[in-house]
Design a protein around this ligand. Structure first.
Ligand SMILES: CC(C)(COP(=O)(O)OP(=O)(O)OC[C@H]1O[C@@H](n2cnc3c(N)ncnc32)[C@H](O)[C@@H]1OP(=O)(O)O)[C@@H](O)C(=O)NCCC(=O)NCCS
Length: 167
């Protein structure tokens, strides 16, 4: 399977992108490039090959989750010495309104999970973590098996679960 996305570069039409959520649009228009230069996140962009339109983007970075946030059923299998668990943060994910509802979000999410999984083979990551913007976004992630991290507002999907998608 080919990757859907490529790393953000200057030729991408960032200004023409709109997912309908100002926070995610403004980030892509104004901040994504800087964050990449500062190595705070990697930004992957899905471009329509024919029109050159940006269909969507997501960001990935290393992160950590305190073990006490993890539900007991998962925690009991973890050594307590790992007070902070290594995770991969899928910080933002957005699809342009012109492509929403066409499975674009689902495909983009699978692309992000595959990248996270591939990277975790070299640098271990216990789970992919998302920080949903609002209840709507949380419902989207829940649909794909993300589990709420009580008291943090975040959601996670264990890398062992993700690995089963790509066997
Ligand atoms: C959330 C988003 C990425 C979904 O992308 P999309 O292309 O519209 O969704 P898809 O067509 O891939 O939908 C796949 C499935 O998820 C469901 N879904 C999509 N958005 C959903 C939502 N907000 N809540 C619940 N389910 C949702 C669809 O109904 C579909 O389910 P089905 O398999 O039962 O038919 C997109 O709407 C978006 O960019 N929204 C604005 C930005 C945003 O909120 N990002 C989220 C995280 S920060």
């Amino acid at each position: 399977m080919e990757w859907l996305t490529e790393l953000l570069h200057a030729r991408h039409d960032r200004a023409g992108f709109s997912c309908g959520k100002p926070v995610l649009d403004n980030y892509f228009h104004r901040q994504a490039n800087q964050d990449v230069r500062r190595r705070l996140s990697a930004c992957f962009v899905w471009v329509n090959a024919e029109s050159g339109l940006v269909k969507g983007y997501y960001t990935l970075s290393n992160s950590g989750v305190e073990q006490h946030f993890i539900p007991d059923s998962f925690r009991k299998k973890l050594p307590p010495s790992y007070t902070s668990l290594p995770t991969t943060l899928l910080g933002r994910l957005a699809v342009d309104t012109r492509f929403q509802g066409t499975r674009a979000g689902q495909l983009l999410l699978v692309d992000a999970l595959r990248r996270s999984y591939e990277a975790s083979k070299s640098i271990a990551s216990y789970a992919a973590v998302v920080d949903p913007l609002d209840p709507d976004a949380a419902r989207f992630y829940a649909k794909f098996g993300f589990i709420t991290l009580p008291d943090s507002g975040k959601m996670f999907l264990p890398m062992n679960t993700i690995s089963q998608l790509f066997r």
